[in-house]
Write a protein that binds this ligand. Structure first.
Ligand code: PLP
Ligand code: COI
Length: 341
């Protein structure tokens, strides 16, 4: 398969249109058989549920070319399950797990020419999404839905790759207590847009959101969970029911324990404790693990001892092990690597 003529090494995290996408429609209480199409555009009724009341959910995963030339995805079953949970919370029909995995296989296979080569530093980002498509004017769920998967080759989420980030504690919330913070709904990201634009204007890379009820505990950023390393090398991550259960974070906790022999803990983390950590990282499919060098709390700077020039040692080991597993250099736990071809 001849690859597309793309400068893989210089890709950022942006949309590059690929040749094919997957589409399935839900009508009269059932999903159709689904198909691959070349048309990137969607024609919708002006009153579609997604346009009026933001009834839309999504997922994000990646296809990797391994060292021995296979194309694989990482734990797609967990993306399928999380999308099922998102659908239930927004009163949308569930797209079955086996069909989700089959659709990912199909759309990656036909877009093989866009899957970045091994060693390029780029990957094929896979974006499954679903939205209410029929007209809705009273506030209620739509009756018809479309499930689609688009793919786009991507490089690092943060410019500068693995250079430590500077983040600020945000005065805005991204989620409500008992709201939708734990699902992957477009509305959560709409909530975060003003906060991220403002953070960038003030010179910060990202926002650290606090728990919306008490504003004393660390939650997550707009697109990644937090991992902290204590001075005695324990890996800790915030426990909260208003953050997205990151597949990367859940996997890294296993990597830390099983591969690196580190103690791990998921617990509430108070803002007051931030000054005591040795390392901090943002983890997610797009972010992989991006190190944080500085956290600014209303003008007060908390500088992580790992510094502003490179990843801290534990973060680096986690990064190398996780990416090693994803690229086939390190043996993966049973069921983590899904071979497409
Ligand atoms: N938190 C938020 C708000 C996200 O959007 C994402 C991205 O998917 C994550 C965390 C990381 O989740 P995952 O590791 O499953 O990609
Ligand atoms: C991901 O990591 O897949 C995300 O969805 C984060 C961001 C691009 C929204």
């Amino acid at each position: 398969m001849e690859k597309k003529n793309i400068d893989w090494g210089n890709l950022g995290f942006g949309y590059v249109q690929t040749d094919y996408r997957y589409v399935s429609n839900y009508k009269n209480g059932e999903w159709d058989e689904g198909t691959i199409t070349t048309d990137p555009n969607i024609t919708l009724n002006e009153c579609a549920g997604v346009l009026q009341y933001a009834q839309t959910i999504f997922e994000g995963l990646k296809a990797y070319t391994t060292e021995d030339g296979h194309i694989v995805t990482f734990r797609p079953d967990l993306n399928a399950e999380r999308m099922m949970a998102s659908a239930e919370r927004l009163e949308m029909p569930v797209f079955p797990k086996d069909r989700f995995i089959d659709a990912v296989n199909q759309v990656v296979t036909v877009n093989e020419a866009f899957v970045p080569p091994y060693g390029s530093g780029a990957t094929l980002y896979i974006r499954p999404y679903m939205f209410g498509s029929n007209p809705v004017i009273g506030v209620k769920p739509a009756d018809e839905y479309q499930f689609r998967i688009l793919t786009t080759p991507v490089g690092p989420y943060f410019k500068g790759g693995v250079k430590p980030l500077t983040i600020r504690i945000s005065d805005f919330d991204r989620a409500a207590p008992n709201g939708t913070g734990h699902i992957k709904a477009g509305l959560n990201y709409a909530m975060s847009l003003h906060a991220i634009v403002d953070a960038h204007k003030q010179g910060f890379d990202e926002n650290m959101y606090l728990d919306p009820a008490t504003r004393t505990k660390v939650e997550e950023t707009g697109g990644a969970n937090f991992l902290f390393v204590t001075k005695d090398n324990k890996v800790v991550t915030p426990k909260s029911n208003s953050i997205l259960p990151s597949i990367t974070r859940r996997s890294l906790m296993i990597v830390a324990k099983e591969y690196l022999g580190l103690e791990v803990e998921e617990r509430e983390i108070y803002v007051d404790e931030l000054k005591d950590f040795a390392e901090c990282g943002l983890c997610g499919t797009a972010a992989v693990i991006s190190p944080v060098g500085k956290i600014v709390d209303h003008g007060k700077e908390i500088c992580l001892p790992a510094g502003m020039s490179e990843m801290g040692p534990v973060t680096k080991k986690l990064y190398d092990t996780l990416t090693g597993i994803q690229m086939g250099r390190i043996e993966a736990p049973e069921g983590w690597i899904h071979v497409i071809k």
